[in-house]
Design a protein around this ligand. Structure first.
Ligand code: BG6
Length: 466
């Protein structure tokens, strides 16, 4: 007899955004500057000053999320709305905004899933060394404490740091962090270590202050394929996966650096300074679930030492490290308009691997397709390619569940159009179209795309048909 495959009854069908990419109001109501606000915008694309103007239109947006039937909405809190200088003075207006947003969501029976920190480190902290400075750990802990105090009565799902792995690997190129010392790699891994500590402290605090709430890390996970069955290629895949994926989950879940990552850091002369007690703090904090963002898999080959180790800043392009691994294209996969490989089966492989390695509930906090959508006559957006992408990924998630994976929710990127990290508003991901162009703000009106109606139906029938 065939096993029926279905999603759990209380499955968290959701969608995601992040503060700086959707809110706008970059300098309103006392908000301080973040590294994003002072960063250089890549040529030809908009900055984040107005974004989708969600700060002023959150009520309308939440009403649309409710109409779509979202059970959960994953968003981030802007650190500098709460603490304009990152630490010290609290900005009441910032608390007020998220209070209203959370209440609005609750009123529509939408579960808030809150990212504490999504790329937008306060600029005042950056000026004092950012994550290289241990004071930032304290600032983050205090910021997290404040969020738990004000919102902990209503928020049951917390995410510590969005894509710490991408911040460490590509953040310097994207202006999310800086590494200026004579040994930038060591500085990056020092920052990484401090983020692990900050995360551990937030997990511990959350458990103390918000009984019943759950908290977990949210890295970007891409299963890594070897380019061939050549043992050297398999070794390269193991190398890359250890420093790109597992490092970021082995610390919070097991409280240790994995041996491949450790020997890599030794080889690269970038082992962080670890103070007495650090590893205990990390070991004692246990996440309740693993959240992760998935866009695609990665494929690597052995590198004989001749390729360059520069990164382009595009998270989906894996360049390589001489004598360790080298990123290559996967000839079996199709690509999006922006050159990202599409791999729904890789999604299932990633889910199974995460389940077996860590044995914790899994929550997908991003997955989606960036494209140049076209607004047609009569306010229509026919984004069939996005529906196709999501359908195939949800299908694989469903099979993974039938294979025993404990998946508790799926929050694609993004709930509504927003500004991409480095490719502007023209690279759209949303279920809801925002009527603006790269530099022409137009009327910013909201238009439901074809994928909006499709996803609404998927949620309504709990993924029975896709
Ligand atoms: C993830 C980030 O890396 O991918 C999001 O958490 C980001 O902030 C998303 O927007 C898509 O990437 P991009 O570069 O196309 O915006």
């Amino acid at each position: 007899e065939r096993k029926t495959i279905s999603f759990p009854k209380d499955f968290l069908w959701g969608a995601s955004t992040s503060a700086y990419q959707v809110e706008g109001a970059w300098n309103e109501d006392g908000k301080g500057l973040s590294v994003i606000d002072v960063g250089k915008t890549p040529e030809g694309v908009t900055d984040f000053k107005v974004a989708s103007d969600h700060y002023h239109r959150y009520k309308e947006d939440v009403a649309l999320f409710a109409e779509m039937g979202l059970k959960a909405y994953r968003f981030s809190i802007s650190w500098t709305r709460i603490f304009p200088e990152g630490a010290g003075r609290l900005n009441e207006k910032g608390i007020e905004f998220y209070d209203k947003l959370i209440n609005e969501l609750k009123a529509h029976n939408i579960e808030p899933i809150v990212t504490i920190y999504h790329f937008d480190l306060p600029y005042e902290l950056q000026k004092k060394g950012g994550w290289a400075n241990r004071e930032t750990i304290e600032a983050y802990e205090n910021y997290a404490r404040t969020l738990f105090k004000y919102f902990g009565d209503r928020v049951k799902y917390w995410l510590t740091i969005n894509e710490q792995n991408m911040v460490v690997m590509y953040g310097a190129v994207l202006g999310m962090i800086e590494a200026k010392s004579d040994n930038p790699k060591k500085e990056l891994y020092q920052q990484n270590h401090h983020m692990f500590l900050a995360q551990a402290k937030a997990i511990k605090l959350c458990h103390e202050m918000c009984p019943g709430a759950k908290i977990g890390p949210a890295p970007n996970i891409a299963y890594v394929y070897p380019a061939s069955s050549k043992p050297e290629d398999v070794l390269a895949a193991q190398n890359f996966s250890s420093i790109r994926n597992w490092l970021y989950l082995d610390l919070p879940v097991f409280g240790r650096y994995n041996s491949v990552a450790w020997s890599y850091m030794e080889r690269e002369n970038c082992v962080p300074d670890i103070e007495e007690g650090d590893m205990n703090i990390i070991k004692e904090a246990k996440p309740d679930f693993i959240a992760f963002n998935y866009y695609s898999t990665a494929t690597v080959a052995w590198d004989d030492g001749t390729s360059s180790s520069n990164s382009t800043g595009d998270q989906q392009i894996v360049i390589g490290e001489p004598g360790f691994y080298k990123g290559v294209a996967n000839p079996h996969l199709e690509k999006t308009q922006f050159g990202w490989e599409i791999d729904p089966l890789g999604f299932r492989i990633t889910l199974r691997e995460l389940h077996d390695r860590y044995n914790l509930p899994l929550l997908v906090t991003e997955n989606g397709l960036g494209a140049y959508d076209k607004l047609e006559e009569g306010d229509v957006v026919n984004d069939d390619y996005r529906i196709e992408y999501l359908r195939k990924h949800i299908e694989q998630a469903k099979i993974a569940i039938s294979e025993g994976v404990n998946l508790i929710g799926y929050c694609p990127w993004s709930a509504i159009d927003l500004v991409s990290t480095h490719q502007g508003i023209s690279k759209r991901y949303g279920f809801i179209y925002v009527n603006r162009d790269e530099f022409d703000l137009k009327d910013l009106r909201r238009i439901k795309k074809k994928s909006f109606y499709w996803y609404k139906n998927v949620i309504a029938i709990n993924g029975e048909e896709l």
